[in-house]
Design a protein around this ligand. Structure first.
Ligand SMILES: *Cc1c(COP(=O)(O)O)cnc(C)c1O
Length: 467
């Protein structure tokens, strides 16, 4: 008997998009052309694209047919009310403001609540969230639980350190903290889930001090699935019931619908406070759009409404989370050390451990990311010293990130189990010759968000120090 290794896809394929694996010589030439920066490779030159799970998912037949239902009226469109109904049903909030993507929700919200010098704690800020807090003159504070830094395979490593939250509030005073955030799942620590108990505790601490408690809820459904799977007492609840309970502890939420909205674009703000909703609506009209379309077309809004219904289905989530877990398992079998447990949307390979002969100032994560493209046409992203490190502008010295990771983000409903097995086979071929891989040096870089535009070259053989 063939062993079942992951839940099979709960869908069949109605429309296909061809992908091509270019020859090794072509891939080599492309790497040279883009100066070893995978962000600059054209999408059609990639075979399997694991750069991000954001807005890269496949829509269902119901979503495609919902497109035709789009009501493009400027004000009061039918599509908005359909969308509002499902968002209210899941979040339980009174006021729903549509926006065209998550970072606009952040801009509108933080512009309204953050004053210069305020603090905004979070289990871990996503990069645009932190940047939007800073843009309003606030300080984005990360309070991940201590377990997040450990190698142990324990559930809910996305939790917040609630003891630290409590002491942080006492130290800075509640007046300087307009809101506390919880990111579900915790994207920046690897899509790790947050437990219901932790959500409840953080909520109680905030409310005791009169501070608002909000979700950054891009992957709320994946989080709810982990609660059902791993937190005692939730086995027999539906995903929707769990999601509703999660949202019952927060005062509002910001959502990027490019993730668990199963849409290619979109987002929303959900809040209970009338005064806050009114202020945000005023700003929305100036920068984003009338409050019943918020920067989206009626058809886009329809696809999100349909997507939010589908994302709560347990067979979908079992396949989704199971697929990511399976990719982690076969990559490990192919010799890659990964961060465990596997999260909801991506696998993180510890390239620092995998390529111990490459020092952090020669970017082992980058080496592996380039090699995955060279060997198999696979695009991934380095989450290490290129993305999160930097350099001292006075001495030119490299500043290292805490870990040298490579992220393989899995788009929703796009690749089959066989595509993932291909990725693991490529990894296996790299493992066979990994000791001969060389690091990189930077030839050109920007001071901010350098990973997008950086240029590099491979270290020459004679430059590699023998240990
Ligand atoms: C993607 C994401 C955002 C930003 O959303 P965009 O739609 O990309 O602007 C914010 N928070 C989290 C947790 C995200 O994953």
């Amino acid at each position: 008997m063939l062993e079942e290794r992951h839940p099979s896809e709960p869908f069949r394929i109605k429309s296909v998009e061809p992908i091509v694996l270019l020859s090794r010589a072509q891939r080599e030439e492309i790497l040279h052309r883009v100066k070893y920066n995978v962000f600059k490779i054209k999408a059609e030159e990639i075979y399997i694209d694991l750069l991000t799970d954001s807005g890269t998912g496949a829509m269902s037949k119901d979503q495609w047919s919902a497109l035709m239902q789009g009501d493009e009226s400027y004000a009061g469109a039918r599509s908005f009310y359909r969308f509002e109904k499902i968002v209210k049903d899941i979040t339980g909030k009174k006021y729903i403001l549509p926006v065209h993507q998550g970072r606009v929700a952040e801009n509108v919200f933080f512009s309204t609540v953050v004053n210069k010098g305020d603090y905004v704690p979070n289990n871990t800020h996503f990069d645009t969230t932190g940047a939007n807090v800073a843009h309003k003159g606030g300080f984005a504070i990360n309070l991940p639980c201590p377990e997040a830094a450990l190698d142990d395979e324990i559930p809910f490593k996305g939790n917040m350190d609630t003891r630290k939250l409590e002491s942080f509030i006492e130290e800075k005073t509640p007046e300087k903290i307009p809101v506390v955030f919880m990111t579900v799942t915790n994207n920046s620590t690897g899509g790790q889930a947050v437990a219901m108990a932790n959500i409840k505790e953080a909520s109680e601490i905030c409310h005791k001090h009169g501070i608002m408690f909000f979700f950054d809820c891009a992957r709320f459904a994946e989080n709810a699935y982990f609660i059902k799977k791993d937190e005692p007492g939730f086995e027999n609840k539906t995903i929707k019931e769990i999601a509703q309970e999660m949202f019952s502890y927060c005062d509002g939420a910001l959502m990027s619908a490019k993730k668990d909205g199963l849409a290619n674009m979109g987002g929303f703000i959900a809040v209970n406070d009338e005064e806050l909703a009114r202020k945000m609506t005023e700003l929305m009209i100036v920068i984003e759009g009338f409050p019943t379309y918020g920067g989206m077309s009626g058809r886009d809004i329809e696809t999100i409404a349909a997507g939010l219904n589908e994302v709560l289905k347990e067979d979908y989530l079992a396949y989704r989370v199971g697929q990511v877990e399976y990719l982690g398992k076969i990559l490990e079998e192919a010799g890659a050390p990964i961060i465990k447990p596997t999260g909801g949307h991506a696998i993180f390979i510890d390239a620092g451990k995998y390529l111990p002969h490459i020092p952090s100032d020669q970017f082992p994560g980058h080496t592996l990311s380039v090699e995955l493209y060279r060997e198999g046409g696979i695009r991934t992203s380095e989450i290490g010293s290129i993305m999160f490190g930097g350099y001292d502008p006075n001495t030119g010295e490299n500043i290292s990130a805490p870990k040298e990771l490579v992220r393989l983000a899995v788009p929703r409903r796009v690749y089959t189990g066989s595509h993932l097995e291909y990725v693991a086979r490529v990894m296996d071929r790299i493992t066979a010759r990994k000791d001969s891989l060389r690091g990189y040096k930077i030839t050109r870089q920007a001071t901010l968000l350098r990973h997008f535009t950086i240029e590099l070259e491979e270290m020459a053989k004679e430059e590699v120090k023998v240990k």
